[in-house]
Design a protein around this ligand. Structure first.
Ligand code: F6R
Length: 252
């Protein structure tokens, strides 16, 4: 895994946007995988700046990683709403090309199968943007998720419900407990992955993901199987990595 270090979250966002812009090159209609949550916000801000400066994503297709099960689409914290607010608008995407799992479907199993089919029909994901949970989840693939898992309904770990309560007035009782998420196998099929993480709360999971064994107990460790992963980290998120993992210019 390639690791890029920035002093802070804003810098990580700028660095991640640079990686993505250079990977997309002048590809006219890329397929992006997009994450929600706090981690990618500095990245989306930096990418939005590039869009204002001329980067054209109007013909990009995008697939969100996940969506809560049962949360109305128009709830401000549904990932449909978050993607509309933080991704489609700022990046100038065409809403008709942006897909989010149907968390309110009466048949979430069929919705998961449709989502996999839509990704395949788009030709697969060119570049997947990821965050990481403090417990090492990617998407909502919580500890225990298999490396070949596909899009499916999952139960959120208590730690994830607690962490995400900040989006629900701090009330864990308001956080949905189930989600539809792309599987680890689905995520690993993306041609390139850029994971952005900042803050001390991610440091332990990152050290285990990069330096520990590949294990379902730390789902992000399965990223070691992919040959084109860039981790863009701030100093706090990188603070528990051994110096052997860090870039040579990281102040050693
Ligand atoms: C979001 C997602 C999650 C988050 C992770 C970190 O679509 O799939 O894996 O990336 O929970 O969340 P934040 O960035 O809010 O700390």
């Amino acid at each position: 895994m390639r690791i890029l270090l920035s002093p802070d979250a804003t810098g990580a966002g700028v660095a991640a946007a640079a990686v993505i812009a250079s990977s997309l090159g002048d590809r006219p209609a890329p397929v992006l995988g997009v994450a929600t949550g706090s981690s990618p916000q500095p990245l989306y801000r930096a990418l939005a700046g590039r869009v204002q400066a001329g980067l054209d994503l109007a013909r990009a297709t995008a697939f969100a990683l996940d969506e809560y099960v049962g949360l109305p689409v128009d709830h401000p914290e549904s990932y449909h709403s978050v993607i509309a607010r933080e991704v489609i608008g700022p990046l100038g995407l065409d809403p008709s090309r942006v897909h989010v799992p149907e968390g309110i479907s009466a048949d979430p199993v069929a919705a998961a199968a449709r989502y996999e089919a839509a990704i395949a029909a788009a030709g697969g994901v060119d570049l997947q943007i990821l965050g990481i949970g403090a417990n090492g989840h990617i998407g909502f693939n919580e500890p225990g998720s298999a490396p070949d898992s596909r899009t499916r309904v999952v139960d959120l770990a208590p730690r994830t419900v607690a962490d995400n309560s900040r989006f629900f007035d701090g009330d864990t009782g308001l956080v949905p407990t189930r989600a539809l998420t792309q599987g680890i196998g689905t995520i690993l099929e993306a041609r390139e992955i850029v994971l952005i993480a900042w803050g001390e709360s991610k440091a332990d999971a990152l050290a285990r993901a990069v330096e520990g064994p590949q294990t379902a107990e730390l789902p992000a460790s399965f990223l070691q199987r992919h040959d084109r992963v860039t981790l863009v980290l701030d100093a706090a998120a990188a603070s528990r990595l051994s110096s052997a993992s860090l870039p040579v210019d990281a102040g050693r």
